[in-house]
Each structure stands twice: as structure tokens, then as C-alpha cells.
Write a protein that binds this ligand. Sequence first.
Ligand SMILES: *[C@@H]1O[C@H](CO)[C@@H](O)[C@H](O)[C@H]1NC(C)=O
Ligand SMILES: *[C@@H]1O[C@H](CO)[C@@H](O)[C@H](O)[C@H]1NC(C)=O
Length: 392
Amino acid sequence: MSNHIFLTLTTIIATVLFTRTTAVTYNVKNLGAKPNGRTDATKAFMAAWSSACGSTKAATMYVPKGRYMVGGLKFNGPCRSGAITVRIDGTLVAPSNYFVLGNAKYWLLFHGVQGVTIVGGTLDAQGAGLWACKSSGKRNCPDGATSLAISNSNNVIVYGLSSVNSQMFHIAVNGCRNVRVVGANVVAPWNSPNTDGIHVQLSTGVTIMNSKISTGDDCVSIGPGATNLWIEGVACGPGHGISIGSLGKDLNEQGVSNVTVKRVTFKGTDNGLRIKAWARPSNGFVNGVLFQNAVMTNVENPIVIDQHYCPGGKNCPRQVSGVKISNVKYQDVHGTSATKVAVKFDCSKKYPCRGITMRDVNLSFKNQLPASAYCVNAAGTTSGVMKPTSCF
Ligand SMILES: *[C@@H]1O[C@H](CO)[C@@H](O)[C@H](O)[C@H]1NC(C)=O
Ligand SMILES: *[C@@H]1O[C@H](CO)[C@@H](O)[C@H](O)[C@H]1NC(C)=O
């Protein structure tokens, strides 16, 4: 080896080691955040983010134990650092006045970032006041903010996050590639409005693993443009189930394809495995879904495709859904239904559901009474155990 190459190599190795061992940490407490749950720490959090984002090295933004009151936090990219860790040992608390965030759409927003890992932390959005406003029928209630949104970003990991009492959705992933949400713990009351656990749309390569979701709306909701989505090891309940939809609200809409949902449990939920589309014209579609190994305990609608969604009977002029649903597999789904109809395929007259396959489905109604299946405009095949008796 020539001296020149040797020296160059040594420099490269030294630089790599130096960069790795000198990752910098920005502690919000050192930047003025008070862990008392009352003093507004927004500025300290944003200062920590700016430094981490602007770092030329791997950087950590650190939130120690304690409660930190923060308003809207916009963690914008692009960042100079391609490896940012946001490590949270404490709890972030939203302002108790819901008007502060209620019209802002997001509480914490990561936008346009690459290579961000969020580890730990509890987000307490204190949503009860806003839910009360909404259920009182008052007119000026804001929509509410999603607690954690990740948008237009790649390679993001959310590991071990807890979210309690969100105003709106707990976690939303929109316009992203390669996002992993692992070990999330989501909690809100069964009757809290619009508190979806994890919402995914217009994103590819999203994984949701080993998470527990108890909330007032869908545990996981899957919107238009979700592709290559993997959901595994999710415990849902209370909640409205794992739901693809609502789809087909708009005429022009991206489809949902290649979705895997496996090893999931539902306890006392409104739905289990659901696909839901508006009764409106649309070029949307669902193609390639595998629901595998699901256990239902006292679930209102364990398996359901509903293409006649039309809340309030408004704006659904022709009452026919344009969403084309095909290639949906249910394998090893068992447990109990809280209603007699355990399997319901209510598909579009214009675009019947095609290629539904069911293998080893065993759902009973109260105390082993036989449940039933209901099909409209649905075609498919079954194999193995099939309880209730198929309606294809
Ligand atoms: C489907 O998505 C999974 C990830 O959920 C991915 O590993 C797989 O390659 C995708 N399949 C196709 C055909 O794109
Ligand atoms: C279906 O589930 C019930 C209740 O768990 C069980 O008793 C029964 O043996 C199962 N039937 C088949 C064919 O697996």
C-alpha cells in the first residue's frame, strides 16, 4: 500500500470514529426548559431541535424526566445531520386551553426530515376539554390537533412512544417512505371523538409493530395512497378497529395496495378488520390485503366491508361507490362477535368486491350460537374451517 493511500484511509477511518464518538447532545433543560408542567418550554425545545438539525454530526435532542408544557412544535427539515435522535424520558403536556393548538392541525410535527429516531416519551394532549366542547354541540369548537404528525419524511422510527388523550388523531403518517412505529402505547376513552390511534396515508413502507391502542375511534386508520403497509402485533380496544378507509370521498384518489395485518387482537371494539368506502364516484381502489391471525373478543363487526358509507345521507348522490376492492385475504380469524352478523361484505353494485378469500375463519355469536354472514355484490372462495357459513 502506498503511503498516500494509507494516509487517506487512516484519515477516513479516524473521521468515521470521530463522528461516531462525538455525537452531540442538546438537552432541553440546559436550554431553559422547566420540568414543572406549567412553564412554556416551546422555545427551549425549538432551540434544541435547531441545534440538532443543524449539526454536522449525529445529534441527540434530549428531554429528561419531568413534565414539560409545550405549544406547537414544528421540527422542520431538511437537516444537515442525517442521524437525529429525539430521546424523551419525560412527558410533554399540551396547553390546557384547547384553542392554543386546536386550529393548528398538529401539536408535534416532523416535516421533511430524513433519518430521525424518536425514542420513548409520553405525549399528553389533555384532549378532554375539546371533546366536551364537541359533544356539547357548541359551534366554535376547533377541530383539534394531531398529537404527533410525520409528513413528507423518510426513514423515521418512533420507538416506545406513549400518547394519551389526543385532541384529534394520536399519530399520523402522511407523504412518507419507510416509517416504523414500534411499541407505541395509545390511550384515550372509548367515547373520545376522532381520536384515531395511528393514521397512515399517501405513504409507502410504513410498519406498525407491537403496539397497544385503546381509543375512541379507529385504532389504525388507513387512508388513500397507503402502499406496502405492514401492521403486526397490535392490540386494539376499545376502539373502532383496524380500518382501511374511509376511501372514495374524492373522485380522484390514490389507491391502497399491499397491506398486511397480522397477529392482532380486538377486545370489545366496534369493528375488527374493516374496509370502508363512501357511496360516491371515485377512481380509488384497494388491491392486495392480507388479514392473518386475528382474535376477536366481543366485537360488533369482526369482518366488514362497507361500501355504502354516507353519513347523514349527504353528498352521496348516486349511492354507488367507485372504489374497486379486490384480492383481500382473511386467514385464521377467530373469536366472538357481539352481533349475529359476524361477516359482512356490503360492496358496490357498480364494482362488486372480487377475489375475497377466506381460510380458517371461526367466529361465533354469544355463547357459541352460530353467527351469520351477509354478502351483497361480493365474490370469493373459502377453504378450511368457515364459521359462519359463507355467503359467497
Ligand atoms: C409488500 O409490502 C411489504 C412490506 O409491507 C414488502 O416487504 C413487500 O416487498 C411488498 N410487496 C410488493 C410486491 O411490493
Ligand atoms: C371454533 O371455535 C370454537 C370456540 O373457540 C371451538 O369450540 C370450535 O372447536 C372451533 N371450531 C373449529 C372447527 O375449529
